[in-house]
Structure formats: C-alpha cells, structure tokens
Design a protein around this ligand. Sequence first.
Ligand code: IPM
Ligand code: MG
Length: 371
Amino acid sequence: MADTQNLLLLPGDGIGPEVMAEVERFIAFFNKKSNKVKFDTDTDLAGGAAYDKHGVAITEEAMGKAHACSAILFGAVGGPKWDKVPYEHRPEAALLRIRKELDLFANLRPAICYPALAEASTLRREVVEGLDMLIIRELTGGVYFGEPKEIVTLENGEKRAVDTQVYTTHEIERITRVAFDLARTRGNKVHSAEKNNVMKTGVLWKEVVIDTHKKHGQGIELHHILADNCAMQLIRNPKQFDVIVTDNLFGDILSDAAAMMTGSLGMLPSASLGAPGNDGKRKAFYEPVHGSAPDIAGQGKANPIATIASFGMALRYSFGLVAEADMVDKAISNALAQGYRTGDIMQPNMRSVGTTEMGKAILGELERLVV
Ligand code: IPM
Ligand code: MG
C-alpha cells in the first residue's frame, strides 16, 4: 500500500502561482506512476494574496493546515502592491510565522552548477563548473526574531531603530549537528561562518561549534571563517566549500551570493526542517530561494526550476524517495542539456522557453527516466 502524504501548497504572490502550477504536474505524475506514495494536496493563500482576501498574511485556518500536513510547498510572497500594509501584516510575515511556529530551524540551500549552465553564471566557467555545495542557514533565531525589535521616538524627536541578534547554545548546537550529519553524506567538510571579531553571538557561535565538533564531529574537517571573508571566498573560489553552516542573516546573504554561481537565483531550491518529532518525522517546508519577482509576474516567463527542485528536496528529505529525487534532479539537468532556457538563464543558440514549456520539458525527461 502506498503511503498517503498530505501536501499543503501555498503558491503565494507574484510568480509563485505560476511556478507552483508546474510542480502540480510533478505531483500528478508521481500519483500516477508511484506505488510507494500517494500525495493528497490542499491549497491555501499566503502573503499579499491572503492579505487582500482576509486582511492578514496567513489565516489561522491555513496555519492549522501547515501544522497538520506532512510537508508544505511554498511559492513566494511579497511585491510593491503591499508596500504600505502594516508591518505585522506584510506578506513576508506569513513566511516568518510558519518558520517560527513550526520551529523550522534548519534551512538547507544547495547550490549546484549544472554542466549545461557553467557559461550562464557571471563568473568564469572554470570557477563554477562542477560546483556542488550546501549552505545550512539557521532559520528561527538571530536578528530575524530577537527582541527588542522596534522603532521608538526619542525625547528630542529623533527616531531610534533596534534589531537584536541573539543566539543560545542549544540553537547553535542543533544547527551545527545538522551540518555535520549532512556533511557526512557529502564531502565531510564544514565551514562555520560568523563574525567573532565584532559580535558576541559570533564568539559564542564559534565556541559551541568547536564543542559540538568534539562531541559529534568525528571525521568532519572543520574550518572557521569570518562571514565577510566567506562572501569574498565564495566569489573567488566557491569550489573550496562543501557545507557552510551559518546564522540566519549571514545565511540569507551568502545563499543569494551562492545562487549566482548556479547561473541564476531561479535555480536555487531550499528545504526548511524542524527537529524530528515523536514519530521520527520532521516538520518540513520547501521553497525556491528566489522571491515573487513582481516585474515578470503573470507573464509566463518565470523559471520553475528552483520550485521543481524544491519538490525534489521534499521527495528526498520528507518522504525518503531518494531515487525519485535523484531522477528529478537528473531530469532538470537533461532538460538544460537539451537547450531549454528560461529568460534568466538564456544563452546564445539555446531554446528560449516560458514557465510551462520548461516544466513540461523537465517532466518529459522524467518520464523517459522512469519508464
Ligand atoms: C529568503 C528571503 C526571506 C528572508 C524574506 C522574503 C523574508 O530573502 O528566504 O532568503 O530574508 O529570509
Ligand atoms: Mg533571502
């Protein structure tokens, strides 16, 4: 009997619904072909779309579904249309609430340079060709959530804004252990990025990483790197990295930089995982790293690869369907090798396609691999 898995789809705003429509083809495909799994899907609003209808970035009902499902597939949220909505209801609040409430502390952002795209990066081919690295970003702590977080008016009428960067031992230890565990499935090398030269959180981060390495890091080559130097090294020689573990804000920035090694931000998938529950399963959330791209929304131009690859990560990390996940990755690689390109990765003499055509091309390659 196939396992039934409940997927919650939150397409969100901008290009979110367009790229999610492509993932639905893949869900239907596995429902037809696989005897291991059956996906039941439910869809809800998030971000600006939810605000327009309900006046909040995500409803309690949608949050209830998010807590109950086996995995969430997310598109993107935000756009200039919602620039003026109250801060607590801004579209991004949906994303941050899900991350925090489901305690999705481990954000996995793989950056892989597919051979066919080695020329698409702004960096030279030899710098990026064959790149396969993984950024592990702490996702529920740090300056994103630390209190106080406020803008106050001082007596002299001037304003003062505060964000608080805060980390505890436990938070650093659990993300470090995820990094070590995943490094063991790859190149056994971890770079921990912080700024212990200016930040107390950096001092503690480094201490805890060293300690965790003693206890749980057997066989792992560990390096400490200042986050600014890490940004520079990523551009200089990205292939020196296997796994980078870092905090919420540095991870946000370093993963955007890493995305460009792959040719486009439209290529980067992500998984956000919680701690294993009593049933051994982790809460899980999958989303492309790119945003809602309002400038091209509704035009059928968006690159669906990051979202399709995020679904591939769901197969791998939530459902144990590793062979199937490998096939999805291979299908993406093959469609690229066939010359299919959306605008963001277009190169001379390649075949310029839109969102749907790219989705269908990848699905066609998957069908060839599965039969
Ligand atoms: C990301 C995004 C989000 C973040 C935004 C949309 C809140 O940039 O997932 O990288 O900063 O975490
Ligand atoms: Mg970001």
